[in-house]
Design a protein around this ligand. Structure first.
Ligand code: FES
Ligand code: FES
Length: 171
């Protein structure tokens, strides 16, 4: 009896729209969106911490809503607009409200958690353009930070909303 040749993993063609650009990649069907973004698309701004949906470091926006990219298969993300932290910068290269707010309020230390906070807050302030401090805390309740003690991140949420209102945008 002949032994079947090991032809390696089956790859599928996946088309991802990331930050307005289309990427055709060949990946195993089980490839996580977080790994596809980092290793196949080359956008390493999305960080991977726990890899099981707890820390929020891998958060990206899927059609504008925050989503943990370690809990989604790349193949399932095909029909959506993905926004990573790299896509938050304004079209003219200037800092978006959430980026400027983190700078103004010293909202980060080591920065490992920061991409997930930025994508979460950018989407959160679009949903709620004038959050109270309690609402700001609730907005970031699903993201873990081991350095800052959160107070400066809460200030960054409020500052994001303020800057977005000043600029006449929702975030
Ligand atoms: Fe996805 Fe922690 S790496 S939630
Ligand atoms: Fe270090 Fe948040 S700034 S984990």
């Amino acid at each position: 009896m002949s032994v079947p040749e090991n032809s390696g993993p089956t790859l599928s063609r996946v088309r991802l729209r990331v930050n307005g650009v289309t990427h055709d990649i060949m990946v195993e069907p089980r490839r996580l969106l977080s790994d596809a973004l980092r290793h196949d698309v080359g956008l390493t701004g999305t960080h991977v911490g726990c890899e099981h949906g707890v820390c929020g470091a891998c958060t990206v926006q899927v059609d504008g809503k925050p989503m943990r990219s370690c809990l989604m298969f790349a193949i399932a993300a095909q029909d959506y607009e993905i926004t990573t932290v790299e896509g938050l910068t304004c079209a003219d290269g200037s800092l978006s409200p959430v980026q400027q707010a983190f700078k103004d309020c010293h909202g980060l230390q080591c920065g490992f958690c920061t991409p997930g906070f930025l994508t979460t807050i950018d989407a959160g302030v679009k949903d709620n353009p004038d959050p109270t401090e309690d609402e700001a805390r609730e907005m970031i309740a699903g993201n873990l930070c081991r350095c800052t003690g959160y107070q400066n991140i809460v200030s960054s949420v409020l500052r994001t909303a303020e800057l977005a209102r000043e600029r006449g945008e929702s975030a």
